[in-house]
Design a protein around this ligand. Structure first.
Ligand SMILES: Nc1ncnc2c1ncn2[C@@H]1O[C@H](COP(=O)(O)OP(=O)(O)OP(=O)(O)O)[C@@H](O)[C@H]1O
Length: 901
């Protein structure tokens, strides 16, 4: 019976495993069944991981290895020899018809659709996909800055001035480029069409800006005038601020403020003064008290009431206009960029990579497109989607009809994901799809749980259960209490709904651990909060990251003594600059023995694809086919071929280089089938050519199947996006392909440094997070652009861009601010979740000791406050978790479980 199975389960519970085993079961039905299964992931890394798992499972079945899967399949009626035979057949079909092995990223899948239906979708012929959006943006910005258009020049000058006024550096090109990145995001693309129409009416924005400025100026003048009149009265009457309660800090101070600044918000004392006249007067005896009473009651009090009333009536509108005005010039630039990128697309006949999903979405919205889905539906029967929480709204709308179609034909589909691992919101991921929308859309779907964590040892599972249920409560509570400071007219219900969804997201966090581990092997977690050591504290500020670097080295020295292998250790960091910081310690060992690292380090992407010998053979062969006269290439080709395939040296190149016409031994050196098919090969598309080359050159050698299939996937990706000729591929290879890095080699015995994003989906015995402290909110300079539809300031502007910041709190855009604030806090909790759940046996976390427990600003605050709730200075057991809190010279350490040696 047709079914949509949804597995919403926590980390390490076997979601990918479930998809892979389901894939294998379907693929084994008949040898080419795999062609009808589409498995979708979100990153190339995840694609490779899944491809490798499928191939590894098939391989172990083909050699009859007694795995859980083999036993399970035998229980469903398979005989072992039959299973071995079939898995061999499937494996061989996959290798030889790699293009049909559809385990792909969602972006590649959409490319393929666009490429295959160019005509039907009304796209121009021979277009290509521009992957390097940053380069296109840079070119567009250059053109914009050089444009003589007066309106553009005005936007530029105003934009630069606005930056200067805000006290920011004046790098216009960089700033515009930064701004322009938003144009590739889905949150913008949702409104792109409407905005293009707005920008095409050239006078609309300048007129609107003028109206905002007129309003701002008129309000400011009215308020400043009240302030000035009050100050003039004081002067005329010979009174000083000190004659009134609290002097310049009292009500009189408010008049100073509104007369001289643009902060018109009534102060607390001004509000008290508006309700009680006593709030004006000094308690001390004053010989002018009669005069003061007269001035207050007849002159100043009415002025204060006028200012407060005006602010109550127009303040909200004023604050809103002020935040809008801050973005008007940027909005003008966005309009210019939008038109510039449009021109770039048509000049180069390209689509940007980020256009693909949006374009399909648009086509689906506007047209009845059954032809598209019928064709795809004929090819694919089953759809498997991994990491469903990473799906964006456009992607969802595009993929939904395929699922409906497949279900209608009686096929089963599977979606797996974990809302808590949603860390790609900045790329458009919408965790709410998995949280609730998918089940609302597919009423016939059935939800399945995977409750056992099969990755991590017991202590780690229990620690994460305890920590994340506490941390998610702490965080949502903190967000809730900080909501109360919002403006009274703020409709709070949508925000509370959002908080409820956040709580729901972590509602399923608790997992069971596998209990079959022998007692000592139950895992260990240590969180160290670093404090400056008063003995050697010479500097004013404590460099906790330097301290963490030293702690990491000490820890690694201990691990080496315990015999832990380097390949079993991962150093997890938040971003590339932290990766550089930790890598620096390895590359620059200190003279001080205490800080030199005992292990080798493998930066996650330290090997280029090009450095692999099998790739050299293929690329050199392609160069040869493209230009048979290139002598240097010939020599390099033969050398690579011999060292990779013939496994021996070849001593011919000297004379071949010097006198190529004398003898041409090349035909004797490379496999004869190559020569038989040389002319045929030359005329093939790049993808078919590479496949055939692999068949010809690597028949004897299976050792490279991983790297070859990785290369095939790259060529396949290229051929979806670009002209598929050998020459075009080689040009691309020189420019970009050469720099592609190989995924981390798990077999190399070296420690890996990875960002949390890179580590998603992976696992490792020991995980160390040296710098577990980053902001839970956006940094002051790094807030995103919010495309708000919640307040339409004027007809013609369906959406208005805003810079995220606390100044939105008291405007019509307060909800946009709070929603984004909640989301970014959740994103950061999710990042912690992904990081903490990668460890199989041990997890080490280092962070600075929080200065206060009053606020919750960083992940270090969150971790510390959550741990404090459950731990005391004496070792104790909380929910089967042995916990201990110790003061050590470098800081405070929380330990869970015991290290087993
Ligand atoms: N049924 C099972 N029997 C034995 N081992 C399993 C089973 N399911 C999963 N595993 C193992 O547990 C580990 C985690 O599995 P998997 O990667 O599929 O989990 P996941 O839910 O996809 O994790 P994450 O959400 O963190 O990416 C892997 O090492 C996998 O081989």
């Amino acid at each position: 019976m047709a079914q949509l199975l949804i597995y919403r389960a926590s980390a390490g519970s076997g979601k990918t495993h479930t998809l892979v085993t389901r894939y294998i079961k379907w693929a084994l039905r008949y040898p080419s069944a795999f062609k009808h299964i589409l498995a979708i992931t979100f990153t190339h890394r995840a694609t490779q991981e899944m491809q490798q798992r499928i191939i590894a499972y098939l391989y172990s079945l083909s050699i009859g290895e007694e795995t859980v899967l083999l036993i399970e399949l035998c229980q469903t009626g398979w005989a072992k020899p039959q299973l071995q035979e079939r898995s061999k057949e499937v494996l061989s079909m996959i290798v030889h018809r790699y293009g049909d092995f559809s385990v792909t990223t969602i972006d590649s899948f959409f490319h393929k659709i666009i490429q295959s239906f160019t005509k039907e979708l009304g796209l121009k012929e021979h277009f290509s996909i521009e992957m390097d959006q940053a380069l296109a943006l840079q070119e567009t910005v250059e053109e914009l800055v050089a444009s003589p258009c007066p309106l553009l020049q005005k936007w530029l000058v105003d934009f630069a001035l606005a930056k200067l006024v805000a006290g920011k550096t004046w790098h216009v090109k960089n700033d515009i480029q930064q701004l322009g990145k938003a144009l590739f995001e889905e949150s913008f693309k949702l409104h792109e069409k409407a905005l293009l129409a707005t920008f095409q009416q050239k006078a609309l924005l300048p007129q609107f800006i003028k109206s905002i400025q007129t309003f701002l100026l008129s309000f400011e003048q009215k308020m400043q005038k009240i302030g000035q009149v009050a100050l003039n009265i004081l002067q005329k009457e010979g009174l000083e601020p000190a004659d009134f309660a609290y002097g310049t800090k009292g009500i009189i101070g408010y008049f100073f403020k509104i007369a001289h600044t643009k902060d018109f918000k009534p102060t607390k004392r001004a509000i008290i003064g508006s309700a009680h006249l006593e709030g004006w007067y000094n308690r001390k005896k004053n010989h002018q008290s009669t005069k003061i009473t007269r001035v207050v009651t007849t002159l100043l009090y009415p002025l204060l009431m006028e200012a407060i009333t005006l602010y109550e009536q127009e303040g909200l509108r004023y604050r809103t206009a002020a935040v809008m005005a801050r973005f008007t010039y940027a909005f003008g630039m966005i309009g210019a960029l939008l038109l510039g990128l449009e021109a770039y697309r048509s000049k180069h006949n390209v689509l940007f990579i980020s256009d693909i999903a949006a374009l399909l979405y648009q086509i689906i919205q506007e047209n009845d497109t059954p032809f598209l889905y019928e064709k795809i539906g004929n090819q694919f029967h089953h759809f498997l989607i991994d990491e469903f929480q990473d799906l964006s709204l456009f992607q969802w709308i595009n993929i939904k009809p395929l699922l409906h179609n497949s279900l209608a034909q009686g096929y089963t589909n599977i979606l797996v994901g974990d809302v808590k691992q949603s860390i790609y919101r900045w790329r458009g991921s919408n965790w709410k799809l998995l949280n609730h929308y998918v089940e609302e859309e597919f009423k016939e779907s059935s939800r399945h749980a995977l409750t056992i964590n099969r990755r991590s040892q017991e202590t780690i599972v229990l620690f994460n259960n305890l920590f994340f249920s506490t941390a998610s409560n702490q965080l949502t509570h903190y967000l809730e209490i900080t909501l109360t400071s919002a403006i009274p007219s703020l409709p709070i219900a949508p925000l509370q709904y959002e908080l409820a969804q956040m709580r729901r997201a972590y509602g399923d966090v608790a997992q069971q651990a596998v209990m079959d581990m022998p007692r000592p092997n139950r895992g260990y977690v240590e969180c160290l909060f670093l404090r400056s050591n008063p003995i050697d504290q010479e500097e004013d500020t404590f460099d906790w990251k330097a301290c963490a670097q030293k702690e990491v080295i000490k820890l690694l020295a201990q691990m080496q003594q315990e015999g832990i292998q380097a390949k079993d250790i991962v150093l997890l960091v938040r971003n590339n600059s932290e990766a550089a910081l930790i890598t620096h310690v390895f590359n620059n060992p200190s003279k001080d023995n205490q800080t030199s690292c005992p292990y080798a380090l493998l930066s996650d992407y330290s090997h280029s694809l090009w450095s692999h010998i099998a790739i050299k053979v293929l690329i050199r062969s392609l160069y040869y086919l493209n230009n048979t006269d290139d002598l240097i290439n010939k020599v390099a080709w033969i050398e690579a071929y011999y060292s990779c395939i013939e496994k021996g040296p070849v001593a011919w190149h000297h004379y071949a280089l010097e006198d190529v016409t004398a003898v041409n031994p090349i035909e004797d050196l490379i496999h004869s089938s190559f020569w038989a098919q040389k002319d045929f090969l030359k005329n093939l598309s790049i993808y078919t050519c590479v496949n055939l080359l692999i068949e010809i050159l690597f028949t004897k050698s299976h050792a490279y199947s991983d790297i070859l299939s990785f290369f095939q996937s790259i060529v396949l990706d290229f051929s979806y996006k670009e002209t598929a000729s050998i020459e075009a591929f080689l040009i691309w290879w020189e420019k970009r392909g050469k720099n592609i890095q190989l995924p981390a080699n798990n077999h190399a015995n070296a420690i890996r440094v990875m960002t949390i994003h890179q580590a998603k989906g992976l696992e490792c015995k020991v995980v160390i997070m040296p710098f577990c402290s980053w902001h839970l909110d956006h940094g002051p300079q790094h807030g995103p652009t919010l495309w708000s539809t919640s307040h339409q300031p004027s007809p013609g502007f369906p959406v208005w861009p805003l810079g995220y910041g606390a100044d939105l709190k008291e405007t019509y855009y307060a909800n946009d601010y709070h929603l984004e604030r909640m989301q970014i806090h959740l994103d950061n909790l999710n990042l912690l979740y992904v990081a903490f759940t990668r460890a199989q046996e041990r997890l080490y976390v280092m962070a600075p000791f929080p200065e206060t427990t009053e606020t919750m600003t960083t992940t270090a605050d969150l971790v510390y406050q959550s741990l404090l709730k459950h731990t005391s200075h004496n070792a104790q057991a909380t929910q089967n978790l042995v916990t201990d809190m110790q003061e050590i010279p470098t800081g405070t350490k929380f330990c869970f479980g015991k290290v087993t040696k």
